[in-house]
Design a protein around this ligand. Sequence first.
Ligand code: SIN
Length: 575
Amino acid sequence: MYPDYLAGYVKQVERTRPKRLELALTGEPVFPPMTAAEREDVLTKYHPDYSKGAKRPVRVGPNKGEEMTTEVAVLMEAHSMIRPKLLELGLREPDYETDLLIIGGGGAGCWAAITAARQGVKSLIATKLRIGDANTMMSEGGMQAAVSRTDSPTRHYLDAMGGGHFENDPALVRVLTEDAPEVVRELENLGVIWDKEPDGSMQVLHGGGTSRKRMVSCRDYIGAVIMRTLMDEVRNHPDLISIREFEPAVELILDENGHCAGAVLYSLDTEQFLIVRAKATIIATGGFGRLHIRGFATTNHYGATGDGLVMAYRAGAKLKFMDSVQYHPTGAVFPEQIAGFLITEKIRGAGGQPLNRFGELFVFPREPRDVESAAIIRECSHDRNNGIDTYVGRTGVWLDSPIIDMIHGEGYIRRQFPGMCRQFSRFGIDITKEPMLIYPSLHYQNGGIAINERCETSIPGLYVAGEASGGVHGRNRLMGNSVLDYNVFGRRAGHYATEYARTAKLGRLSLEHIAEHARALKREGIDTDMISPLILPSYTPEDVKIQQLARLGNIPAMHSMLRSRFTPEERRTRP
Ligand code: SIN
C-alpha cells in the first residue's frame, strides 16, 4: 500500500491499464521506438554524462589530457596511501608469495582462480571485504547467451556493438559472444540451475536493445546463484587457492623491468601493509558505483569504489571510455530505505511499462539503457514536469508491474520475480497489484583498464577481467552482458595469466611508479587532500569531517572515513 499522497497517482496507472494491456497483447510495440536522431537528441540533452561539469581532462598519467568523468579524474589525481621509501621493498621479505595474485573476490576473480587451479597453478585471492561481496552478487535479471535456435553469436555481436554505439572493441565483443554458450554449459556443470521451459530448453527473454530473446536467468537472483556456485568451487581447491579477506590491494608492485610483480595489501583489521610477490597479477576489482557520480544513488555493493582503476593507472596502464557511466533506468525511488536498489530490466523484458504521473507511456520500454534512462530523466525534468515527487524530495515515474500478470497469466510475477516481490513486501507493497516508483540509478562502469582478448594490459604480467576492464561494452553496455563479461573474461584471465606465470622471472621489486606519481602531481601543481584508492565510500558529512580533522590536529588523515571526495576548487565549481 502506498501512502495517500501517492495512491492518487496509482489510480492513474489503473485507469490507463486496460488500453495499454490491449495494445501489449497485440505484440506490437507499445510505444514507438526512437529513431537514431531521437536517441542522440535525448542523450545529449538529458543523459548525466552530458551534464555541465560531468567530465574534465585528467592532468596526470597515461591518459593525460583526455576527458574523464570528473569524480574519476579526481581519484586519478589523488595521493597514494604509500610512502615508497618507508616500505623499503628491496630489503623486505614478501609477506605472501604466489604464482597468481587475484585482486577481487567477485565472479571474475573466482573464475580466474578456478581456471588456474584446473591447470595446477597456485593463486591467492586478496579481497577488500569477504569473498562474494561484489557486484556479481547484486545482479538480478539474467545473462545474455545465444542459446536459442533462432539466435546466433553473430546476432548477439551486432546487438552488443549497436548498444555500445559501435565504439566497442570488436575483438573483445567477438570472444564475449562466441564464448557465451559454453559459459552457460560450464556454469550448469558447476551447479547453476537455469530457468527452463517445460520441454527442457533454456527459458530466454528480451532485454533492452536485443533483437532476439537471449536472456537466460535464475528467477531474479542470477547473481546470488552464480556467486554461490563459484565460491563453492573456489573452496573445493584449498590446496591451490588461498583467500585473504579484508585485505584490499592499494598499490601494484612492479619489478625493475616494469613487469607487474604483485601488490601492496592493506589489512583493514591490523592497518598493516603487506607485500605480495606474484608472477602474474589479475585485477578483478569491479566497478565504481559507490563514487555516487553526479550525486546519483547506486545499485552497487558497498565496496565498489574503483580501486583497480587507480592502481593500474598509477602503474602506467591506459584506461578506456572513462568519460562514460551507466545509469540503470529502473532504480527504486520509494520507499526511501531502498533508494537506488536495482529493479531488474527483466521486468520490462516481461512487459512492465514505464509511465508518467498521468499513467501514460512516454518511451518504448526496451530502448538501450542509456536512452531509456535519459528519457526517464527528461520526463521528470523541469521541461516536462511529469514525474511523481516523494515527500523526501525524490522524483520518479511508475513501472507498471501488475500488467505482467495480465499478459502472462496470474502467478507469473511471483514465479519469475520472487526476490523483487519479497523486497517490496517488506514495505507493504505488493508488486503484483501495485506499480513501483523508479528513477535511474548509477549502475555500471562502462569503461575501464584497456585489455586485449587475452586480458593482457600494456604492463607485462598484469591482467584485468570483468567490470574493471574497458572496451568490450563501448560507451553503453546492454543488459546481461556484464554477467557474461565476468564469466568469459574471468576464465580467460585465469588461463592466460597461468600461461604467463609458468615462465615469468621477476626482477627486483620497485614502487618507483608511486614516487613518480607524487612528482607528477607536484609538477602539475595539483593541490589535493584526496587519497586513493578510496577503499570504502565515505558517507561522513563535510562538517563532521572537518571536526574530525581538527581533533587530529590537521594531520593528513589516512583513514578513508576522513577523506573528502572533492578538492576545494571542485567543490566551488561543481554545479
Ligand atoms: C538487471 O537485472 O537489470 C541488471 C543486470 C545487468 O545489469 O545486466
